[in-house]
Design a protein around this ligand. Structure first.
Ligand SMILES: Cc1cc2nc3c(=O)[nH]c(=O)nc-3n(C[C@H](O)[C@H](O)[C@H](O)COP(=O)(O)OP(=O)(O)OC[C@H]3O[C@@H](n4cnc5c(N)ncnc54)[C@H](O)[C@@H]3O)c2cc1C
Length: 384
């Protein structure tokens, strides 16, 4: 690359950059510039949970858009979307509030119900729920393999004409007269009237001199366990509010457990292994509500860095106080895989000025009174 020209440059080949490139590539000449490998950072480390229904229960049009995409996209190339209900386990003190919440959400059209513990234990014999009265069951949820998802989006984008340059670090934004002109990279300059910054937690640092973004890196982790007997027993996805863990079945009968998110002020040096304390926490907690995990076998574990925002929702916007032609899609706060179709549609709408099938105000940068990245980090478990 010496001085190539495109309609749109996307900085970052994570799941968000790949989804945006795929969506735009039919109508625009798009290049994705990635400093490392495609999905080489947070994206491939994700648990792959698609739980937009609980995460956006206040704006069902957003979760509907995402789930419809995953259902449609299932079977594209190597990509598979496994539908699987998700249970928010409810302790006795939360029963009244939870039942009222279910009624409210069902009236808004969310596919949700309250299920008593005995019925859960009958449907899923792996469960043993003495400490819970039941669960809020969400039906429009499931899981994906995030790396396969990213690679399928990339291949799809390429077949529509997009270019991907890996091992190419973008070092700066080129602007003139308040307008974006392109970018500087380690391999030369690149011109485009539109630049989308989809650089994960690094977006804040990349834009710091031009535009302040309230994005803070945080670290979160996963472990995979093999239960000690009858691997094939059907298990749904779920989470326990307050314990900051979530779980989902693997297709081979293992269980993936994720959680424990903490702000990370030295993300470049953070450990990529799961913490022993997290592993011990999971080992203590699981036998309290599932059979077969008293002596489960540890398969593997890992940790990764994602970008957080003060309210846990991403920033997908063409900021008013940035140069014309600059868009940002960052701060996916543990939900970037499931949000990828929504991010792509939002960016397309921002570019074309067309009508969006869901309200996008919840993604505006202007919603934050303070743009400081030094905010108090809020942890989420799948459905918060
Ligand atoms: C352990 C873990 C579990 C998770 N589980 C889930 C889950 O179950 N469901 C879910 O939806 N989400 C989950 N997430 C969150 C999800 O992984 C992220 O929200 C999502 O991957 C963010 O995608 P992204 O493309 O914005 O960022 P990234 O994947 O970080 O991609 C950004 C890319 O930009 C590149 N880049 C940065 N700066 C530059 C530059 N200057 N020039 C060129 N390239 C640059 C980086 O190399 C990187 O590849 C999880 C995350 C972790 C860590």
């Amino acid at each position: 690359m010496t001085d190539d020209s495109y309609d749109v440059i996307v900085i970052g080949g994570g799941i968000i950059g790949c989804a945006i490139a795929r969506d735009l590539a039919s109508d625009y000449d798009v290049a994705v510039l990635e400093r490392g490998q495609i999905a080489g950072e947070a994206s491939a480390l994700a648990a792959g949970e698609i739980t937009m229904a609980p995460s956006y229960s206040d704006i069902p049009a957003i979760s509907d858009h995402a789930i419809e995409f995953f259902r449609r996209y299932d079977g594209t190339g190597q990509f598979t979307f496994t539908e699987c209900p998700s249970l928010e386990l409810i302790s006795p003190v939360r029963e009244g509030e939870s039942r009222r919440r279910v009624e409210r959400l069902a009236a808004k059209g969310v596919n949700v119900s309250f299920v008593e513990s005995e019925r859960i234990e009958t449907t899923y014999p792996r469960f043993d729920l003495p400490d819970f009265v039941g669960a809020i069951k969400y039906d429009d949820t499931g899981f994906v393999d995030p790396y396969t998802f990213a690679m399928t989006l990339k291949e799809d984008a390429e077949s529509r004409g997009a270019t991907f340059e890996t091992g190419t670090m973008v070092t700066g934004l080129r602007t003139s007269g308040g307008r974006v002109q392109g970018v500087e990279t380690t391999s030369g300059t690149c011109s485009a009237p539109t630049v989308v910054v989809a650089a994960g937690w690094r977006s804040e640092r990349f834009l710091r001199d031009r535009l302040q973004l309230p994005i803070r890196p945080y670290r979160t982790q996963c472990v995979v366990l093999t239960p000690e007997n009858d691997l094939r027993t059907d298990v749904p996805m779920g989470w326990i509010p307050g314990e900051h863990i979530y779980f989902r079945p693997e297709r081979n009968g293992d269980l993936l457990v994720g959680g424990w998110s903490f702000a990370e002020d030295a993300p470049e040096h953070a450990s990529t292994s799961d913490d022993e304390a997290f592993r011990n926490h999971v080992a203590t907690l699981l036998p309290k509500f599932m059979h077969g995990f008293e002596r489960a076998r540890f398969v593997n574990g890992w940790a990764g860095i994602d970008g957080a925002t003060p309210d846990t929702r991403p920033i997908i916007d063409a900021p008013n106080d940035g140069p014309a032609g600059l868009l940002v899609a960052t701060g996916f706060h543990g939900r970037g895989v499931m949000s990828a179709p929504v991010a792509a549609t939002t960016v397309r709408t921002l570019m074309t000025g067309g009508e969006c099938p869901f309200p996008t105000g919840t993604f505006d940068l202007d919603r934050f009174e303070s743009r400081s990245p030094d905010f108090e980090f809020r942890s989420i478990s799948a459905g918060d």
